[in-house]
Design a protein around this ligand. Structure first.
Ligand code: ACO
Length: 323
């Protein structure tokens, strides 16, 4: 992991602002989730631009130029284009030699993209892989649904993976999914009637629904799955919980972070959290928090970081990395 960067929209939506939209209050949101404010992609802003900016910052830190990037993997569930946004990000970066593609695995997307990118490095297929987590779930939020609209925010984070002799940042991993749990958290395509074609054939017309979530089921799933998947990734790395310097989980809810840390036996001061400022930014949350922690000096070179993403799919995944 040679560089990290992030970019978030300028528009801030506070809990107080949400009090004007739904029956809620700052105290309820902060005590149940830890969130105080989130960023929202404004009209005219594109997710691809923020993803590219996050990528640029990661390249800058690594001292690598865009022309030397071999692969761009964009983890997102809310691209600017239904065909994917990775190629747009590639164009904005000027990474003209790279092949770019999207990877969709909701809030586990960044961890899955990181593990995917590492495979290209390990096999010698690529020297520089830019892994970006980017989401604007505000696009799919029902602003009348107080059980979901308080949670999500928009943002992007990126990590540059570079080949180095004898060293690999990814020490171990554990990746899972279970489609049987899709009903608990989804933003599904909703057919809204048929478009009749000239030859009498009818094709489905429609759009994606807003986010539907059974918060309590997702909560129970997360507090069960996260400690287990981190332990499995640690076992894959031949490490123990005591070897972890930092626990960096998908930023969904402070209570989930606290519960997972407690079950694992990780001290609260070793848990990275920026939920208060950004809310749940889906695939962006881990690299966004990593960027802040690295630039502020809390995550120092050589630190062992246990990451875990979890969310829609259902998906859950952990990667143990050496920063
Ligand atoms: N403001 C005020 N009251 C509210 C709000 C709100 N925003 N939302 C719900 N309430 C009320 C409910 O109506 C309920 O009232 P009642 O007791 O009169 O029926 C009460 O508060 C408690 O509701 P619960 O749903 O039991 O609240 P809970 O403590 O479970 O917190 C929350 C809800 C924050 C959504 C929690 O369940 C949670 O964080 N779940 C996990 C969600 C998550 O992480 N999702 C993202 C996964 S990542 C991805 O893939 C996108």
């Amino acid at each position: 992991m040679a560089g990290v960067g992030s970019s978030v929209p300028a528009t801030v939506l506070t809990n107080k602002d949400l009090e004007k939209l739904v029956e809620t209050n700052d105290e309820w949101i902060a005590s149940r989730t830890g969130i105080r404010q989130r960023r929202i992609l404004g009209a005219g802003e594109s997710l691809s631009e923020h993803a590219a900016r996050a990528g640029e910052r990661a390249l800058e830190m690594a001292g690598v130029v865009a022309a030397d990037v071999d692969i761009v993997i964009l983890a997102t569930s809310s691209p600017d284009d239904v065909f994917g946004s990775a190629c747009q990000v590639q164009a904005l970066l000027g990474a003209s030699r790279a092949v770019a593609f999207d990877l969709t695995a909701a809030c586990s997307g960044f961890v899955l993209a990181l593990v995917t990118g590492t495979q290209y490095i390990r096999t010698g297929t690529a020297k520089n892989v830019l892994v970006i987590g980017a989401d604007a779930l505000s696009r799919y939020v029902d602003w009348r649904d107080r059980s979901t609209c308080i949670l999500f925010g928009d943002g992007c984070g990126a990590v540059l993976l570079s080949a180095h002799e004898g060293a690999c940042s990814l020490l171990g991993s554990s990746l899972h999914s279970d489609g049987n749990g899709q009903k608990h958290l989804k933003a599904a395509f909703a057919g809204k009637g048929n478009k009749a074609l000239d030859n009498g054939v009818a094709s489905t017309a429609g759009a994606f629904d807003n986010i539907l979530m059974n918060g309590q089921e997702v909560f129970k799933f997360a507090v069960r799955a996260v400690p287990t998947v981190v332990e499995a990734a640690l076992a894959d790395a031949d490490l123990a919980v005591t070897d972890i310097d930092w626990l960096l989980l998908h930023q969904a809810n402070q209570r989930i972070l606290d519960s997972a840390a407690q079950r694992l036996g990780v001290a609260p001061e070793r848990v990275v959290s920026n939920l208060a400022n950004y809310g749940n930014t889906s695939a962006a949350s881990i690299p966004l928090a990593l960027d802040e922690a690295v630039r502020s000096g809390s995550i120092a070179p050589g630190s062992t970081v246990a990451m875990a993403g979890f969310g829609a799919g259902l998906t859950w995944a952990s990667a143990i990395v050496k920063w």
